[in-house]
Design a protein around this ligand. Structure first.
Ligand code: SF4
Length: 106
């Protein structure tokens, strides 16, 4: 069974009732992939990630997990239904450049 430090921190941060029901605790390798010493073909990886995303879709901790993943930006794995690569493409609204508000004083 493989579990990354980032995933262990996620489980620690979730409310206890959500952590208990988080789908990735039963089989962490489903969400993180095999050990470095095991090979995984691109097809196997895509199939594994599809199953992991389906588990996330039914997970009661998904919203908190997404907030955590957007904050921590994990480099591998499936988080809240998104791969780490997909999460890298998401820019939280707080990081976007909002148009400057014109001064009311004139
Ligand atoms: S949403 Fe997915 S990755 Fe997040 S806690 Fe649930 S099962 Fe784990």
């Amino acid at each position: 069974m493989t579990s990354t430090p980032a995933r262990l921190r996620l489980i620690d941060e979730l409310p206890e009732e959500q952590a208990d029901d988080a789908g990735c605790t039963a089989d962490p390798q489903l969400h993180t992939g095999p050990d470095l010493f095991e090979e995984e073909t691109p097809e196997d990886r895509a199939a594994r990630e599809d199953v992991a995303k389906a588990v996330c879709a039914a997970c009661p901790a998904r919203l908190g997990c997404l907030a955590y993943a957007l904050r921590v930006r994990p480099q591998v794995g499936v988080w809240a239904g998104y791969t780490a690569a997909e999460l890298r493409k998401v820019t939280p609204l707080t990081e976007t450049s909002a148009p400057a508000v014109a001064s009311q004083a004139a």
